[in-house]
Design a protein around this ligand. Structure first.
Ligand SMILES: [Fe+2]
Ligand SMILES: [Fe+2]
Length: 247
């Protein structure tokens, strides 16, 4: 098993050029591809539609609030789109289970981070230590070691994965699922704060609380999807305008 590292090294993504194409063009293409793959996995279940996109945006905002460098924020955004890509290898019976998962189904579900890693690990530029493939692999790790697949703790979990964990949990809490209604945003925030230090990195939670004001309108709009998606409605938001950007 890989050794997780804290460091996110985004430069390799820019070392792969197509001839003389500008660097940003490749990044945009990778982003669009990640978005398409994320949408594909979300469409397997109508209750998770837009989930990957929401995680991408929330994680990006958190990364920016932590003053991470721009390329790192971009990588975390792309990892948000891809974080559940491994669910493509989970059976529909398990994914669409109406009630509690059986032990076998739960075991199957817990494989999705590793499956996602396996899908992405051979893509140069995504597979560096702490990079996108590692963020996908470790997005269900928790600071107290209660997560999976490896039960890593604190800084042993890549920073990007710790950010995804908060964004993913928040998105999952406020969204409806077939077996429960989504929780009010304020309640979900309270739960994130309650679990700060145990499940979630306190620094990430602090940044999450800082972006809450900035992203409030956008988060509220999640329930009324219009044509304007993603960062478009976020004041001071990033450059991503998913599904709308042109090369
Ligand atoms: Fe997941
Ligand atoms: Fe995006």
């Amino acid at each position: 098993m890989k050794n997780a590292r804290y460091i996110v090294r985004p430069v390799e993504i820019h070392e792969h050029r197509f001839g003389n194409e500008p660097l940003c063009r490749l990044t945009v293409t990778i982003h669009q591809l990640a978005e398409a793959l994320g949408r594909a996995i979300d469409l397997k279940d109508r209750y998770t539609q837009n989930h990957s996109e929401d995680v991408a945006v929330i994680a990006h905002l958190i990364a920016k609030a932590m003053s991470l460098e721009s390329n790192t924020c971009d990588m975390i955004h792309i990892a948000g789109h891809l974080h559940d890509i491994g669910k493509i290898g989970v059976s529909d019976q398990t994914l669409k289970n109406e009630g509690r998962l059986s032990d076998d189904q739960w075991l199957e579900m817990r494989k999705h981070p590793m499956l996602g890693y396996e899908i992405l690990k051979d893509v140069n530029g995504l597979s560096q230590n702490g990079g996108i493939a590692d963020m996908v692999l470790f997005h269900h790790e928790r600071c107290d070691g209660s997560g999976y697949p490896e039960g890593l703790t604190k800084d042993a979990i890549p920073l990007g994965a710790r950010i995804l964990a908060v964004a993913d949990s928040f998105s999952a809490m406020i969204d409806d699922r077939r077996y429960r209604k989504g929780r009010p945003r304020e309640e979900a925030i309270t739960e994130i704060v309650r679990c700060s230090g145990n499940l979630y990195d306190p620094q990430v939670v602090t940044a999450f609380l800082n972006i809450e004001t900035e992203s409030k309108d956008w988060l509220a709009s999640l329930r009324f999807r219009s044509g304007e998606r993603h960062m478009a409605g976020v004041s001071g938001g990033g450059k991503w305008n998913c599904g709308r950007e042109k090369q």
